[in-house]
Write a protein that binds this ligand. Structure first.
Ligand code: NDP
Ligand code: MG
Length: 393
């Protein structure tokens, strides 16, 4: 396909935060990018509005109840084919006319549609990190076998991808992921015990969905991203580092064996990474204004305090353990965050749930996808059974 050919895009998670930023990119480049399929879980009115605006021929809702509501409301355009459930998500991920599938659903539910899209020969723009933490071995193997592009859309990985272009792997020494440190980076440590879901879903720099905003506060997000970097760039844990960078302007660093370090910079908006992936390998003017060097600003860096961020330490441990350790970490974290947001658990229970789940489940490597999904299922059960009494153990 020539670099400037029009691409047909499928957007999984169209009604979310990444979904919204992607729509802004699509509005800017109507001659280059065409939306041919959209998926959401239950936000049917929002999905219908997107179908009207972009004249989208295929849409799907993974919630059957939302699908029934949408049918009753009759709010989708007459020429949009509406699917539902797991089957609908798989169907839209493998649409014959799609060139690239942007995966921006939240959580491990993204794994099967992504594998299906790869098997169907689609390029993937990957915002969702949980699916790679769960099934990285399967995703990387399938992408290599099918010869499709796996374009990193998470800002840190997109930055590294840009820094590594044109450099042979043997010249790379290590990767350093930047982290904002989230909303409690400098809060008195005693305050963490009383953090509420409302506090933990406000981020100082980024406007994101609730799950990743909580993950940023605990730094589980950076833990997931270390594992994501391991799969995307093929580096072992001892060559992956994290540095706190409160301004979220440097999106990560690649350090080479001669000591030189390359970085990628932009203001904290996901449109830069999303557009880079969708137009890759071409470039075009972006949606958001870039850095203004006529104004004075500061870039600060400091090492993370692993006592304040036990989830980051647990992610490192899970990554070093290998096997199913990262999958168990991810499942436990997803459940712990869900239960925290539902006011069932405290903020400080999140690392406790992860630790207990990791120590309860054997982390032997899963040899096939079914075995992996079984481990994910068991880890979720253990994490759901965590009770506040377990704090005393
Ligand atoms: P949001 O919570 O804002 O949006 C999630 C989207 O996924 C919604 O469209 C939601 O639909 C849909 N969805 C949720 N569950 C399912 C399901 N079972 N089947 C189909 N669709 C589903 O999340 P974000 O946009 O913040 O994050 C999306 C992913 O991107 C996450 O993995 C996150 O870690 C990653 N990411 C996000 C960044 C950001 O800036 N937000 C930055 C880097 C990575 P509905 O509205 O109907 O619930
Ligand atoms: Mg990120």
């Amino acid at each position: 396909m020539p670099e400037t050919a029009k691409k047909n895009v499928v957007l999984l998670g169209a009604t979310g935060s990444i979904g919204g930023s992607t729509l802004r990119v699509l509005r800017e480049h109507p001659g280059r990018l065409e939306l041919v399929g959209v998926a959401a879980h239950s936000s049917h009115a929002e999905l219908a509005a997107i179908c009207h605006e972009f004249n989208v021929p295929h849409a799907t809702l993974s919630s059957e109840a939302a699908y029934a509501e949408a049918k009753a409301a009759n709010n989708f355009p007459a020429n949009t084919q509406l699917g539902c459930g797991d089957a609908g998500l798989l169907e839209i991920s493998t649409l014959a006319e799609a060139d690239i599938v942007l995966v921006a659903v939240v959580g491990a539910c993204g794994l099967k549609p992504t594998l299906a899209a790869i098997e169907a020969g689609k390029d993937i723009a990957l915002a969702n990190k949980e699916l790679l933490v769960l099934g990285g071995a399967f995703v990387i193997e399938a992408a290599k076998r099918k010869g499709v592009r796996l374009l990193p859309t998470d800002s840190e990985h997109n930055a590294i991808f840009q820094c590594l272009e044109g450099h042979p792997q043997q010249h790379l020494d290590k990767l350093i992921l930047t982290a904002s440190g989230g909303q409690f980076r400098d809060a008195p440590i005693e305050r963490l015990a009383s953090v509420t879901p409302a506090d933990a879903t406000q981020h100082p720099n980024w406007s994101m969905g609730p799950k990743i905003t909580v993950d940023s506060a605990t730094m589980a997000n950076k833990g997931l991203e270390l594992i994501e970097a391991h799969w995307l760039f093929g580096l072992e844990p001892n060559r992956l580092e994290v540095v706190i960078h409160p301004q979220s302007i440097v999106h990560s660093f690649a350090q080479f064996i001669d000591g030189s370090i390359l970085a990628q910079l932009s203001p904290p908006s996901m449109t830069f990474a999303i557009q880079h992936c969708l137009l890759y390998p071409d470039r075009a003017p972006g949606v958001d204004a870039t850095m203004d060097f006529s104004k004075t600003f500061q870039l600060d860096f400091k090492a993370p305090d692993l006592k304040r961020f036990p989830c980051l330490q647990l992610a490192y441990d899970a990554m070093r353990t290998g096997g199913s350790g990262p999958a168990i970490f991810n499942a436990a974290n997803e459940v712990a965050v869900e239960r925290f947001l539902a006011h069932e658990l405290s903020y400080l229970d999140i690392p406790r749930v992860i630790e207990q789940t990791l120590s309860n489940i054997n982390s032997a490597t899963a040899t096939d996808l079914d075995a992996l999904l079984e481990i994910d299922h068991r880890a979720r059960q253990v994490a759901r059974n965590f009770s506040t009494m377990d704090r005393l153990l």
